[in-house]
Design a binder for this molecule. Sequence first.
Ligand code: GDP
Length: 378
Amino acid sequence: MSTDTFTPPDMPGYVGFANLPNQIHRKSVKRGFEFTLMVVGESGLGKSTLINTLFLTDLYPDRVVSSVQENLKKTVKIDVSTVEIEERGVKVRLTVVDTPGYGDAIDNTDCFQSIITYINEQFERYLQDESGLNRRHIVDNRVHCCFYFINPAGHGLKPLDVQFMKQLHNKVNIVPVIAKADTLTKIEVAKLKKKVMDEIQQHGIHVYPLPECDTDEEEDYKLQVRQLKEAVPFAVVGSATVLDVGGRKVRGRQYPWGVIEVENPQHCDFSKLRCLLGTHMQDLTEVTQEVHYENYRSDRLARGSSPLVTTNGSSHTASASSLASLGSDKKISAASLGSNGSGAGGDRMLQELQEKEAQIAKMQEMMARMQAQLQDKK
Ligand code: GDP
């Protein structure tokens, strides 16, 4: 189906949170929803502009762009902002985690370490809260989705992009986006999308798998989800400027030859990306809970009581022991969860978890036996 016929499900300017009550149990509506979105990518790719365009807020009014000198020794900062958004009676506490400094240094080998640490810290906090007394009022700060910005001027993924996604795909739902798509022609966008998807496949990267629709779902919805799937990686354009185009007020970018309309599906995939958030926010939180958080939790089981996050801000790698590596080898990927984050997928995951735990117990037994033998030999 051609992308040109995409019909955004809601009114311009809305993310579509009003759909959430259909996705989640009604009780949660009163309390509001918690959702954390992370944006990662080199600076200057339009991350803050896109976030401001998506949520019509100015989350970063005082952002200062760093000098070249600062970039030489730059470390990745984690910049957390929270806004409460209400759309037609549905409240969402939205936390945006930005990562200024990512990819800016001369040597970027460690640049995603602080991001991994941040994600692990949120899992650890949740785990601690879950096992504490006040389980009913846990604040969920886990990162539910990560928009990963790809440079439109590169010829596909850079080594840093591949490394980042490989390190993070078992921790967070990655949604790849091609930044500043207005700098590319229609054919170039199509070529770059294909190249990026080929490379994602070649490197065994799991990006967020949009769930398959149930067969009894409405045709319009099925078509919409198919169009969203086909649009990955979303080629986006951001702008918070409102322009007048033939009497219509649109958000866009004015060029000498015309206007790029951010919300026009024929110009870019912005409205599809927004639609993904609106319609799949619940699935994104479920996959976070059932896949990524469970991966973290079972890694913690495998390594005993030590958290993955250390106080000095670094995080352990899974290769610390044979037990831990067993845990990471058997990681459940979001893709392996299949059609949905719940239901049959959930059962399968539970089974996988049980199998994993049984394997770990076996390994522990074996190690205990080996240790006993070694003691005997001494
Ligand atoms: P960040 O460092 O990734 O947060 O990038 P910014 O949002 O600060 O944007 C950097 C520059 O790119 C600014 O001058 C923006 O006006 C411009 N910009 C942002 N989004 C787009 C876009 O979609 N297309 C084009 N051509 N420029 C953009």
